[in-house]
Design a protein around this ligand. Sequence first.
Ligand SMILES: Nc1ncnc2c1ncn2[C@@H]1O[C@H](COP(=O)(O)OP(=O)(O)OP(=O)(O)O)[C@@H](O)[C@H]1O
Ligand SMILES: [Mg+2]
Length: 397
Amino acid sequence: MPPAGITLASLPKNFRRIRDVSRRSCDNISLGNLLRNTRADEGSLTRAARWLQEQIPVRYARRIEDFLQLPHVVVSNPHFGQVLQTYLETFEAIDNFGSVNDMARVVQFRHLVTKEMSKHGDGTRQIAEGYRQIQHAFPHIKLDDFLQKLFTSRIATRILMENFNGMHEPREGYTGIVSTGMSPLGIVQGLATDIQRLTDSIYGCSPEVEFRGNLDCTLDYIPRHVSYMMQEVLKNALRATTERHQLRTSGVTAARKLPPVIVELQQGDVHVIIKISDQGGGMPKRLQREAWQYGWTTAREDTNSHDASVFLGGCHSQSLKSELAGFGFGLPLTRLHAQYFGGDVFMQNLPGHGTDMYVVLTHLKEGTPSTEMEDLSTLLEKGSFQESSFNKVASIM
Ligand SMILES: Nc1ncnc2c1ncn2[C@@H]1O[C@H](COP(=O)(O)OP(=O)(O)OP(=O)(O)O)[C@@H](O)[C@H]1O
Ligand SMILES: [Mg+2]
């Protein structure tokens, strides 16, 4: 494999092929359709493998073309280069796989898909790190449109590939990748404990997390997505609370004086709404829009600020702190994940007091509007993504 960045000086060798494949149309899949075709018999598996073999390269080819149109200083960043390299490899591996005409080939294809998926595991982190470096050197470069497309496609391709993988081993309580009757409470409780531990190891204390509302609520959803979204909003809430209140108090009494973060769950007919409230001081009005941009963060400033150095004490590693915050990707990616299935994320700020975050998750029951709506990565190609998902949510709030 050439070192990251090498491919960027020139067009990839298979550029013509990439361009041709990117011009092909994508099937407008819905999650409902995907779930209805999620069966473990030989015919279904073969059809799914052939279909994936057509669909995945189109999506990768389009993103590769997007990469190649970025400014040189962006694509020559080693992290961006590394991600582009994995896109090129996956495109080539799947495009060149050859025909799938029996179960042995289906199994080989499954192994290939699993292998390729694992190569993309740290893609988000790589892009976040790369964007941080790019923005540091070239603050005027904004890549929100590129990143929105990249991450929407990433969600789509992972769903397709994971669902195909899951078809081979049906699990109790799951339809494909969708967990039926999943309890968000269990997921949020586990995450809260982990993030409290992380916060404590950085700052020496952490707020309590309290749970209220309809604790028994359930929904059909993809657990990984719920974990991701809740992790991001909880990290933000715990960080804001600790930074605001720890500086105002001192010593061992600090931990007792931190106001709790409240997680409230409510169940609607087609939605579960999770509200996370903190007393971390909120944000000034002028910054509330910027917080949704990729790469916008106050965490880097903190590192240099006098106040922060008082409680960081120089002994807590910066890498630990960057696990809690620092890339400015948490909010935009959380909203993208929720919107992907017709949900949304709203932020209500009381500057000087705190923040309420509303995460609206749509039930992914087969046959409901959220599962039957067109895959957002295809809507996005047509430029109608934001509008359609906002309209959907506006009608339920
Ligand atoms: N609950 C909150 N209270 C106060 N400020 C917040 C809250 N949530 C987000 N913010 C502000 O919005 C910024 C962007 O949040 P976001 O989660 O996107 O990035 P981050 O937390 O800085 O980094 P990361 O990508 O690691 O999550 C934060 O740096 C912080 O200034
Ligand atoms: Mg964050």
